[in-house]
Design a protein around this ligand. Structure first.
Ligand code: ZN
Length: 620
């Protein structure tokens, strides 16, 4: 049975499939669902192309220059509404003439609406500069980088790009872009676009300019820039690594499988449509594991384990070249269309490269993450399609990623892998470079796969998956035989035995599973035995070290203290930093003292996004 009430509320969103013309090209003014994370009114006027001419001023920590926007508008449109946050607007022109504009009052989450009178023009120019505390940008001092030179990187997702680009910052409003970026002559600029000037060109005293072009329309959160002492190494014919000189060889080694990953993804989901695929390895303060900026994935250096054991991160970001970058959630409430699909595809790439058992272990870990989330996330937050108040920047939980992937694996188990693969291939073809909603996806899936088969419809439970909390009853818990030995080792340890010697031959997932399934309460002597056996305080694999701290801290295991402090100082990845600070603050006097001491010393090095989150945890 379908849940009528939920379906009815979802139908308030226009079905995007109806907006596509017969030739497959999107109507430039096709209706879009209301995006509560943007001030834009795209049904009146919308940005089609962004042209940036900016100078990176490292001394003042600002970009200054000009953005020229090409727009489409209804014939009677009088104004266009852009998103901006903290931008200082110097001048605005419409059609070459001075234009009236108004910068609205600042909303804490959304920033300010920038309303510009069009006077019939379809091109506007904005002279402006960003604020030194722009949340999309982190200006690093030489001491924070491997090469001891200055570095800048941007992070647009979800709604941060409005702090350095005045445009309509809504994922449904796709925009092409080009850019000319002036940087200090000893640094190199890279962007999520085709690079037109590999080594830059002269641009005045002590400066170089780099030019870029992104001809495919992208959601504006994918406009991204990195500036630093960067060199490039090829990994394959279409793939390569940008990094600081002392990091690039390690990066190229870790990413050796990238070209094979692309071949696998293309065989499943159709051609890679973005030209080259490079990754940029960032300094340790990068707040995320990876960011799927088109043509140029941004990666945390914490994936450099030295043994390619954390390369699934690259598979994930590459998979976004289809789910997310090619077909994009129209609003952040449908973030699972980006992340759930991508987590599913990441698993398929991993299975093709490393085998079925590898994939089952990843699925079993993901299942555990969902169970943990169901125990802590309120029911409202357990739906794939979010309802109610949505904070676009809080779009990262085991629900969006893992429940989304579990949904697709459940569908695969019911309709068959071949049928789902055929469907997804056509889905990416038919909706390439277009936004998508949960409701639009379900309409399309029913039209192409369910085909009115009532028995199949009942088995799939599509609406329960999309619109209800929890996990529907048709989900199948994954079984990984590689975890049987782990369970036995946990049982033996719990019976008082020594830590298993099998650890030496285990892969990362088995080691994580072992640490995650040990009892949460252990006496110091047992923790001591684990640390002595495996050297956990200093283990190179950051995921494993994190799982160790997640066990050691709640037990008040003080010999881990200085290692925890080092961990929080040497990288600023939110996925690691936030839960560690939370565990320390929950632990008691020892943990809280350690958290406050470390926070005091390291908060300045974190990215603004992580800094804000950690401030909230530590100072309440
Ligand atoms: Zn992702």
């Amino acid at each position: 049975m379908l849940r009528r009430t939920l379906l009815a509320s979802a139908l308030a969103i226009p079905a995007l499939s109806a907006c596509v013309s017969a030739g497959g090209a999107a109507d430039p003014m096709a209706p879009l669902p209301l995006d509560t994370s943007s001030h834009a009114r795209p049904d009146e006027a919308r940005v089609r192309h962004v042209s940036l001419d900016l100078t990176a001023d490292f001394d003042r920590k600002v970009f200054h220059g000009k953005a020229t926007l090409d727009i489409s508008a209804r014939p009677d449109a009088r104004e266009i509404v852009l998103d901006s946050d903290g931008l200082v607007i110097r001048a605005v022109r419409a059609g070459g003439r001075e234009a009236q504009y108004e910068l609205g009052s600042r909303d804490e989450k959304l920033g300010s609406a920038l309303v510009i009178q069009l006077n019939g023009a379809r091109q506007i120019e904005i002279e402006y500069e960003s604020a030194p505390n722009a949340s999309a940008l982190q200006w690093l001092e030489p001491a924070q980088t491997a090469s001891n030179k200055r570095f800048l990187f941007s992070q647009g997702q979800a709604i941060h790009n409005r702090t350095w680009i005045p445009t309509q910052d809504s994922p449904g409003i796709r925009q092409t872009y080009d850019a000319r970026i002036v940087v200090p002559a000893d640094l190199k600029a890279v962007m999520s676009a085709e690079m037109l000037t590999r080594d830059g060109e002269p641009a005045g005293e002590g400066q170089r300019a780099f030019r870029f072009r992104m001809p495919q329309p992208i959601p504006p959160y994918l406009i991204a820039i990195g500036i630093g002492d960067l060199v490039h190494r090829d990994v394959g014919p279409r793939t390569g690594v940008y990094a600081e000189p002392s990091v690039v060889e390690r990066g190229a080694y870790e990413c050796a499988d990238m070209e094979r990953m692309m071949d696998v993804a293309e065989a499943l989901y159709g051609p890679y449509r973005w030209g080259r695929y490079d990754v940029l390895i960032l300094p340790p303060s990068f707040p995320y594991g990876g960011m799927e900026n088109p043509r140029l994935t941004f990666l945390t250096p914490t994936f450099l384990a030295g043994d390619r054991s954390l390369v699934s991160l690259v598979a994930h970001e590459l998979a976004h070249s289809w789910s997310g970058n090619l077909v994009t959630n129209a609003v952040w409430a449908d973030g699972w269309l980006n992340e759930g699909f991508t987590s599913y595809i990441e698993g398929r790439i991993g299975e093709a490269l490393f085998g079925a058992e590898h994939a089952r272990m990843a699925e079993a870990l993901s299942w555990s993450d969902i169970q943990t989330a169901l125990g802590s996330v309120p029911a409202d937050g357990q739906r794939l399609h979010w309802v109610g108040e949505v904070d676009a920047n809080e779009n990262s939980s085991a629900i969006t990623y893992d429940k989304g992937a579990l949904f697709l694996r459940t569908v695969e188990g019911i309709v068959s892998r071949q049928r789902l693969d055929t469907y997804l291939r056509s889905y990416f073809d038919r909706y390439a470079f277009q936004p998508m909603t949960t409701q639009g996806f379900l309409v399309d899936f029913r039209a192409h796969v369910v085909l009115g088969d009532a028995a199949l419809e009942a088995r799939l439970m599509l609406d329960q998956w999309a619109y209800e909390p929890g996990i529907p009853s048709n989900a199948v818990q994954p079984q990984a035989s590689g975890f049987v030995a782990v369970e036995q080792a946990v049982a033996a340890f719990n019976a008082g035995g020594a830590p298993t010697e099998a650890w030496a031959n285990w892969n990362t997932m088995q080691r994580q599973r072992f640490l995650q399934t040990l009892p949460r309460q252990l006496p110091a002597a047992r923790l001591e035995a684990l640390e002595r056996a495996y050297g956990l305080n200093a283990i190179g694999n950051m995921e494993v070290r994190f799982d160790w701290f997640a066990l050691a801290i709640p037990n008040g295991y003080e010999p881990a203290g200085s290692a925890v402090q080092r961990f929080l100082s040497e990288q600023g990845r939110g996925k690691f930093v936030r839960p560690i600070y939370r565990a320390l603050m929950d632990q008691g006097a020892w943990g809280q003292a350690l958290a406050r001491r470390t926070h005091e010393a390291t908060r300045g090095a974190y990215h603004p996004i992580v800094q804000t989150a950690v401030d909230r945890i530590v100072t309440g």
